[in-house]
Design a protein around this ligand. Structure first.
Ligand code: UD1
Ligand code: CA
Length: 452
């Protein structure tokens, strides 16, 4: 039987104190709504309906996939009203109701909930809470069967003692849901159409409410303010860290590691503190990453060493190459096998050949370096004339003296050498020495200036 998902995401999230709609606040660089949509998608639903209201345009712009259908709820008259806005668009027999601000819900929890959908059965996710304040309370009869949900503001003192709370997440058949939604009223403490009221209606129609609970409270925790958002972030990061450790990654301190994207890892990887991985990162066997590195959309092949305080983006570091400390490697850069990049070196769109070294204080942009080259300290490629960018090409075994300016476009042949302090504006022939600097002169009659 086919399934569709309704995600409620119309609320403003006043407590975020933000111009951004609540569901667009992020956990691990992905919007909360994005997390919920991804979890829902793993169930392979026919369609995902997202009920939006506050900041509707901003939300819509970010999710353009074909399986997402937005429903505008102009006025937020309650969770029941929100589901009622989406239900006319549901064509499948089963519906799952989720919340855009409950980002860490797990697909396997949802799967077990959906299994409860049977004739005369519906699935409700509840949670036992030490402090259930604010939550709707699950009311059970003497036999332990759920008979209703009572909202905090409508609850009697006795009902408020109940520790079992409503997560709001619900799986049920479409047809009876339509019928119950049509019967909702707003005669309650908040003057809202409560989705939770359908539980008593279902029981009245002979339904059994099958309940299950999430593995942890955090899975169903909503983020109403930035304090809760940070709690979810830390919980989620620790969980990601644990997954990596179980795969063979040593994290010197899992509480000081952040994954803001996806990482593919090999084994015997060591990651020191305060490392941030972003976008799509691949880390092969035996890689070491020092403290305080940011690595984004990059592949680190076997045995690579990234030393502390390096920033690497859009690059490939091939086998046993190394970079840092304080290396900045920008998009389009490839370090071939055993290449070495030292401190205060910036590389952009540059290929550094096997065994080549750029040890200190250098900028190479749009540069191709062959193998076994040595680039002296303080070398700069002048790759930009203010309008266009030009390439610098070095053959194999080139030696660039310290403090060179290589004015592109320029080609330096195999095994050529440039003298320290040169400004190289013309191509250099293989095996030659190029000296591009004023000759040193000496003035013996020089008078030191005197103080006036
Ligand atoms: C709801 C439940 C409560 C449950 C709690 C869990 C109801 C009546 N109550 O209460 O039993 O314990 O969640 O957090 O369902 N929304 C809309 N449109 C609306 C109203 C709400 O899209 O008209 C969205 C909100 O953006 C939010 C979610 O639905 O994401 C829940 O709404 P909220 O007002 O926070 O419900 P609670 O009072 O917390
Ligand atoms: Ca809430």
């Amino acid at each position: 039987m086919s399934l569709e998902v309704i995600i409620l995401a119309a609320g403003k999230g006043t407590r975020m104190c933000s111009t951004l709609p609540k569901v667009l606040h992020k956990i691990a660089s992905k919007t909360m709504l994005g997390h919920v949509i991804d979890s829902a998608r793993r169930l392979k639903p026919q369609k995902i309906h997202v009920v939006i209201g506050h900041g509707a345009e901003q939300v819509k712009e970010l999710f353009t996939a074909d399986d997402i259908h937005f429903v505008l709820q102009e006025q937020q008259l309650g969770t029941g009203h929100a589901v009622a806005a989406a239900i006319p668009f549901v064509e499948s027999e089963k519906v799952l109701i989720l919340y855009g601000d409950v980002p860490l819900i797990e697909t396997n929890t949802l799967e077990s909930l959906i299994k409860f959908i049977q004739p005369l059965f519906l699935g409700l996710l509840t949670v036992n809470l030490a402090n259930p304040t604010g939550y709707g309370r699950i009311i059970r009869n003497e036999q332990g069967s759920v008979i209703a949900i009572v909202e905090q503001k409508d609850a009697t003192e006795q009902q408020k003692q109940i520790k079992e709370g409503n997560t709001g997440i619900l799986a049920l058949s479409t047809e009876p849901l339509k019928k119950w939604l049509a019967k909702l009223s707003n005669q309650n403490a908040q003057g809202e159409y409560y989705l939770t009221d359908i539980i008593a209606m279902a029981v009245n129609d002979g339904f059994t409410i099958a309940t299950t609970q999430p593995e942890t409270e955090m899975e169903v925790q909503g983020a109403n303010d930035r304090v809760q958002l940070a709690q979810l972030e830390r919980y989620y990061q620790l969980k990601l860290a644990q997954i990596l450790m179980k795969k063979g990654v040593t994290l010197l301190d899992p509480s000081r590691f952040d994954l803001r994207g996806e990482v593919e890892v090999g084994s015997d990887i060591e990651i020191d503190i305060n490392v941030i991985l972003e976008g799509k990162v691949v880390i092969e066997d035996g890689v070491t990453i020092g403290a305080n590195c940011i690595i984004k959309n990059t592949t680190l092949k076997e045995g690579v060493i990234v030393k502390p305080n390096s920033h690497i983006e859009g690059a490939i570091l091939e086998e046993e190459s190394d970079a840092g400390p304080f290396a900045r490697i920008r998009p389009g850069t490839i370090l071939h096998r055993k290449a070495h990049v030292g401190n205060f070196v910036e590389l952009k769109n540059t290929s550094l050949g096997e065994y080549s070294k750029v040890g200190h204080l250098t900028y190479l942009g749009d540069t191709e370096v062959g193998s076994y080259c040595n680039i002296g300290a303080g070398t700069i490629t002048c790759n930009y004339d203010g309008v266009n960018k030009y390439k610098t090409v070095l053959g194999d075994e080139v030696f660039i003296g310290s403090n060179n300016s290589l004015v592109a476009p320029v080609v330096i042949g195999d095994a050529a050498t440039t003298a320290a302090g040169s400004t190289i504006t013309k191509d250099v022939a293989p095996n030659s020495l190029a000296i591009g600097r004023a000759r040193q002169i000496q003035k013996d009659d020089w008078q030191k200036p005197k103080k006036n």
